[in-house]
Design a protein around this ligand. Sequence first.
Ligand code: ADP
Length: 259
Amino acid sequence: MLTLGIDIGSTTAKCAVLEDGRDFRAVSLRDSGVGTDGPQAAFEGVLAELGVSRRDIDCVCATGYGRAAWQDADLRASELTCHCLGGVYVFPGLRTLIDIGGQDAKVISIDAGGSMAEFVMNDKCAAGTGRFLDVMAALLRCPVDSFAEAAARSKSPASISNTCTVFAESEVISQLAAGAAVEDVIAGVCRSVATRVGSLARRLDMREPVCMSGGVARNAAVREALSEYLQVPVLFDERAQLFGAMGAAIYAAKRKSKE
Ligand code: ADP
């Protein structure tokens, strides 16, 4: 049995194909999300990688911000459910998952049986999300995938006091004008995201082990700052950005095996 999860996010589209509810056979990621051709490209990409067609897939589950728009879904599931399933698959025994995506951040507390117990989220404000980092990346002319490397060179991270993205942009411009080094500003920007999301996490009864998911998990500077802020190790896996798609494929497999 093959099940496919498609996670249609605000900035990226991700797919994962699972065999018999156990092993992932292929994954794909495209850097364009809802409202673009990214989801279709990710979908066709993962099928092509496996050398199969849509007819060979027993169940497709869509998740993410754009899941309602994906016509070819047999099922739909929330991002909370899917990130939780993906996180527990990769880290068995996981108790807290911190997902920072392109436009929101969620902290999910997971019970001993691997199910979601409660969650808190920020979907109202760009600060503390990938969007904040993307805006700063454009301003600082440094791609987000180089942020961690730049932050590692920082000797004195800048303090970003504004929580609003628009005000923080002006703050960063004045810091640069005053002679702050770009790497110090980048380190400060990463810390600012970690502090925002860390304070969200503190609203829950947070248990270890803790992991990060979502695209921002790929930024080691945010991971390290989050770990420092929360005073716990924060686990990371290379597939972190795919946890939603992986979880959707797991959800589909569970549903299929119940039928
Ligand atoms: P969504 O599902 O909303 O599209 P994702 O979970 O895919 O969001 O995360 C997208 C965010 O991840 C981007 O806004 C960007 O800041 C960040 N990101 C993506 N790729 C990388 C990378 N290689 N290194 C660091 N950050 C990244």
